[in-house]
Design a protein around this ligand. Structure first.
Ligand SMILES: *[C@@H]1O[C@H](CO)[C@@H](O)[C@H](O)[C@H]1NC(C)=O
Length: 350
């Protein structure tokens, strides 16, 4: 009898302990978790979020089709991304810098326009009558984007803006862009975390804006006068890339990641050799949104652009990339795992 009683007490104690544990569990985990769920859902209810179509999951990387067929399908889809390239230049550089880019990467764009202050009218020119001065670059870009909006909106998915000493690997750029939707606002490039809350993309490394992004930039930013060119104390020259970034932020076009899946950069503000040995000006280390790496970590295998490349090096790079190969290299890796570190994009639409 006594023994039994003792055992019952123990059972009761155990039960009590279990009940206390349950209450503690509900109090410390379940209720906060529920609260978090309710609050976070409420907080995001007026923000539209969308998955930036990581197409590999459904369409390609899980496909059971043969590698050869997948390769064909992927390259077909990537080629369909329509890219309009605008290249800033000056009349004095036509025979040297323009000749080099025009002989190499530029014809890989679906359409291209050299932005130039001249009276000459040519099919591949967008002729401006704004004097060639650094302080006029922002004004020029507004003119360029407005003209694109007025004349070319149905001819492209993305616009690339770069300089006549930029080398662009167009196929890699299209491959990155294929992951996204041109009917959503987006903005890509080498990301500087400076001057503007959301940062801006380096003009020399080249930046890319989606069709929808151009529409918002011109309709809301320029035509509604939301983005008037004002003087900013920290950027007295109104650098064109800063001004473009500022206006894109104002009209709700988000800067998106162009890092690869290993976190390496694809757009580069300097030539390859300088990113490799890390011989870069000091501001690069403090302004860059993602910390600068040198050596192999500097540059994605799927790199998109390099800046400050003189004409002879434009030809050099082109030859190494397209006219040289190495026996036995595996070219199928772009099919096997995701290449880019593409993110879920959450931003407010106005
Ligand atoms: C670029 O190359 C095309 C094709 O070779 C040529 O017709 C055109 O005149 C060139 N443009 C410039 C600005 O050199």
């Amino acid at each position: 009898m006594f023994k039994l009683c003792k055992r019952d007490n123990m059972v009761d104690l155990k039960r009590l302990a279990v009940n206390i544990r349950t209450v503690v569990f509900i109090g410390t985990f379940l209720i906060p978790a529920l609260l978090y769920f309710v609050i976070s859902n409420h907080a995001t209810s007026n923000v539209r979020s969308y998955q930036t179509i990581p197409k590999w999951t459904s369409e390609l990387y899980e496909s059971t089709d043969s590698a050869a067929n997948n390769r064909k399908r992927l390259s077909h889809a990537v080629q369909k991304v329509r890219l309009l390239c605008v290249i800033m230049t000056m009349e004095k550089d036509l025979a040297t810098k323009v000749a080099a880019v025009n002989d190499t990467w530029v014809p890989r764009c679906d359409k291209y326009l050299y932005i130039i202050t001249t009276k000459e009218k040519r099919n591949d020119f967008m002729s401006l009558d704004i004097p060639d001065k650094r302080q006029n670059l922002a004004l020029k870009m507004r003119k360029v984007f407005t003209t694109i909006y007025e004349q070319y909106m149905d001819q492209f998915d993305y616009v690339l803006k770069c300089d006549d000493d930029t080398y662009v690997i167009v196929e890699n750029l299209k491959f990155l862009l294929w992951h996204y939707d041109a009917n959503k606002p987006s903005y890509f490039g080498f990301h500087f975390n400076k001057f503007i809350d959301s940062g801006y993309m380096s003009g020399g490394a080249g930046y890319v804006i989606s069709n929808k992004g151009i529409r918002l930039l011109v309709e809301r930013g320029y035509q509604h006068g939301v983005c008037d060119l004002e003087k900013h104390e920290d950027d007295p020259d109104n650098s064109e890339d800063v001004e473009t970034g500022r206006c894109l932020q104002t009209v709700g076009v988000p800067p998106l990641s162009s890092l690869d899946a290993d976190g390496r950069e694809t757009f580069h503000p300097y030539p390859l050799e300088r990113h490799l040995d890390g011989h870069l000006p000091g501001f690069m280390f403090s302004w860059a949104k993602h910390s600068i790496r040198k050596g192999d970590g500097c540059c994605s295998k799927y790199s998109i652009s390099f800046h400050y490349v003189p004409p002879h090096a434009i030809y050099y790079l082109h030859h190494v990339l397209y006219k040289t190969t190495v026996f036995g290299l595996n070219h199928d890796e772009d099919l096997i795992r995701p290449v880019f570190n593409s993110e879920n994009v959450v931003f407010e639409t106005r």
